[in-house]
Design a protein around this ligand. Structure first.
Ligand code: HEC
Length: 101
């Protein structure tokens, strides 16, 4: 039984460490829902949520400044295969909620 207890403790520690690793894990639906509930609904928000955690965790708007986002979005719109309208909508969403510089 002691071995079970140790295993459970180890897995708890691993879970906590994983949670602190930064970025928003797209598989954690509860956390994702809570994070996105803070923004009012918009087209840009919906596209961001659908397209922007396919290759990495969500990098939320407030993790970058409004000066940084357009340059990042020039690279990421291509990666996410956004058309010009979709890109503009996402740029509007992320810069609106960007980190204060
Ligand atoms: C096809 C894979 C892919 C998709 C889709 C993608 N990214 Fe990325 N993203 C990357 C890679 C690879 C990097 C690291 C290299 C780099 O910065 O260009 C990155 C880096 C980033 C960074 C950090 C860059 C920095 O300079 O701080 C941000 C922020 C980001 N992505 C946001 C987004 C957003 C927003 C979207 C949705 C529009 C998105 N990504 C879609 C692959 C992707």
């Amino acid at each position: 039984m002691q071995i079970m207890k140790t295993l459970i403790q180890l897995s708890l520690i691993a879970t906590v460490l994983w949670g602190c690793a930064g970025g928003l894990n797209p598989n954690n639906t509860e956390k994702v829902d809570a994070a996105f509930a803070r923004y009012e609904d918009s087209e840009g928000k919906a596209i961001f949520r659908e397209k922007c955690a396919k290759c990495h965790s969500f990098k939320l708007p407030e993790t970058r400044t409004a000066e940084k986002w357009p340059g990042i979005m020039d690279r990421m719109a291509r990666k996410a295969k956004l058309n010009d309208d979709q890109k503009s909508a996402v740029v509007a969403f992320v810069t609106k909620h960007a980190k204060a510089s």
